[in-house]
Design a protein around this ligand. Structure first.
Ligand code: PEP
Ligand code: MN
Length: 359
């Protein structure tokens, strides 16, 4: 029986951060054999920040992954970061690879890997780049697709940031959501292990991904996490992985009940009307900002008036509280609106907007 609690069929990937020994790899695979996973992940060459740490077993580990494939009929997936890795996995008949975050940032490496895999049927998944750059992520996917490679999924593993934060890698959910909008046919998986960096965050991150319409999860799974040679704090035992995926609810993408669908349509129509009114109100606000710009120009005073901006922020905070809206969110929204007002007033100041004739 599959452990997946779902209405659709998510792509689930589990396995260790890195292959460490034959016994470790086979023990994990054995415990995962009935879990319903689509791929068994394992690092073979590990991109570590500092030298002198465990950098993976290398080619020898590919034999253990072939054994997983043959014995348990679970497809192995391995990280490749250069041409040599790609050539080794072709030789070892590994059916799938992922491109890691540190490789996605480098168009030269991605192109080299694409060339090395050209003409094979190896499936490729592409992790987001370490920096929050959607174009770089899409660019890597395009470089692979351009040479006819089957890109099976993009994997969201979060984005690097300096200093200590709640997450090891900031999720910035808006970036993978925009990727889904830009490449609608492509599956997007979430890697909560590398986003969270800690076991305690995995459930919430995974359920959030399921709620946002992701197509699956990649989760690091180790037979003895506290002894793992890399990423100890974030790996789950196979049993804990199975409990986690049994707890995740995968929601349907569409409503099938016609009555609910109809009421959803009506609510969406109302929302569209409100959005239109918001835009018209912002346009009115900008017209007023321009008029203020003409007064400031005539009186030769500076565009940015900190006291006035403070007063606006006070109103925004008060009105947000009164209407149970997040003060933070509303402040951000008004920061954008205010920036645009300043831009419009600068255009007036530099003569880029002609004064309207009084009506
Ligand atoms: C990994 O999956 O083990 C890994 C190194 O991932 P990332 O490229 O996301 O850091
Ligand atoms: Mn890892």
């Amino acid at each position: 029986m599959s452990a997946v609690n779902s209405l659709t069929s998510p792509i689930l990937i589990a396995g260790p951060c890195a292959a460490e020994s034959r016994q470790q790899v086979l023990s994990i695979a054995n415990q995962l054999k009935d879990s319903g996973i689509s791929y068994f992940r394992s690092g073979v060459w590990k991109p570590r920040s500092r030298p002198g740490t465990f950098e993976g077993i290398g080619v020898k580990a590919l034999e253990w992954l072939q054994e997983v494939h043959q014995t348990y009929h679970i497809k192995p997936i391995v990280e490749v970061a250069n041409t040599q890795h790609a050539e080794e996995i072709i030789k070892a008949k590994i059916p799938a690879v992922w491109i890691g975050a540190r490789t996605t940032v480098n168009p030269f490496l991605v192109s080299e890997i694409a060339e090395a895999l050209r003409g094979t049927s190896i499936k490729v998944m592409v992790k987001n780049p370490v920096n929050p750059d959607l174009e770089l992520w899409i660019g890597a996917i395009e470089r692979l697709m351009k040479v006819g490679i089957h890109v099976e999924a993009a994997i969201h593993r979060g984005f690097s940031q300096y200093g200590v934060h709640q997450y090891r890698n900031e999720p910035a959910w808006e970036i993978p959501l925009e990727l889904m909008r830009r490449l609608p046919g492509l599956a997007v998986l979430c890697d909560p292990s590398h986003i969270g960096g800690s076991r305690s965050l995995l459930y919430d991150l995974s359920q959030k991904a399921a709620d946002l319409g992701y197509n699956g999860l990649m989760i690091e799974t180790h037979n003895n996490p506290s002894e793992a040679l890399s990423d100890q704090a974030q790996q789950l035992t196979p049993q804990a992985f199975i409990s986690l995926i049994q707890a995740i609810v995968w929601r349907k993408a569409e409503i099938t009940d016609p009555v609910s669908r109809h009421s959803l349509e009506q609510l969406r129509t109302l929302i569209d009307g409100i959005d239109h009114r918001i835009i018209l109100l912002i346009a009115d606000r900008m017209e007023l900002a321009k008029k203020i710009g003409f007064v400031k120009k005539e009186q030769d005073i500076q565009i940015y008036q900190p006291e006035r901006w403070n007063a606006i922020l006070q109103h925004v905070k008060q009105w947000s509280q009164e209407n149970q809206l997040s003060e933070d969110l509303m402040t951000k929204l008004f920061e954008f609106i205010h920036q645009e007002s300043i831009r419009k007033q600068s255009m007036v100041m530099y003569g880029k907007v002609i004064e309207p004739s009084e009506s």
